[in-house]
Design a protein around this ligand. Sequence first.
Ligand SMILES: N[C@@H](CCC(=O)N[C@@H](CS)C(=O)NCC(=O)O)C(=O)O
Length: 195
Amino acid sequence: MYKVIGNTNTRTFRVLWAMNEIGLEYKHLKVGAQSAEAQLANVSGKVPSLEANGVNIADSTAIITYLADKYNQLTFPAGTIERAQQDSFTQFILDELDSILWTAARHSFVLPKEMRISGLKNTLHWEFAISLKVLESRMGTGPNVMGEKFTIPDIILTHIGGWARVAKFDIPDGKLRDYFRQQIKRPAYISAINL
Ligand SMILES: N[C@@H](CCC(=O)N[C@@H](CS)C(=O)NCC(=O)O)C(=O)O
C-alpha cells in the first residue's frame, strides 16, 4: 500500500487530495518536516514523500504527476498539446505563486533567525498580486484551470489559495477568488482537509 509522509498542513495536502480524487488507498504517516521519519524518506527532511513499491518519491508535484499518469486521471495524456498547456500552468503556478509564498515563509519562520531578511514582504506581496493577474488573464472561463477537466494545476493552485489566506496575501475579488470558492467544495478536498 502507498505510504504518504508529511503533515496535512504542508504541501502533503496536495498529495492527499490527489489520492482522494483518484480513489486510492494509502497509509498516512503524519510527521513534520525534518522529523526522523521525513529524513529517512528524503535526505533533505522535506515533506511530502510517497513510498511506492518500497521506493520514496519526493516533491508533491512529482508525486501527483506519477499517480495521475499511472491511473490516467487528473491529467491530459503525455505528448498532447493539452498536456503541454497543463504543464505550462503547473510551472507558472510553482514559479510565480508557490515560490513567493515559500520565500515569505522562509524569511518569517523557516530559516534560522540570523539568516532571515526583513523588508522582503512588500516586494513579495507586489509580485504575488501581479502573478494573480497574469494567471487570471491566462485562465479561460473555467470552471477549472484547463476548462472542463479538473487537473493537477487545480490541486496546486487551490492549495496555494488557502496558503495565501493563512499567510495574509490578498486574493482580490474576481475570477480567482470565485474559482477558489468553488474548488474547496469538492468532496475529495473536504475529506483531505479533515485528515
Ligand atoms: N517542492 C517541494 C517543496 C517541499 C517543501 O519545501 N516542503 C516544506 C513543507 S510544505 C518542508 O518540508 N519544509 C521544511 C524545510 O524546508 O526544511 C514539494 O512541492 O514537495
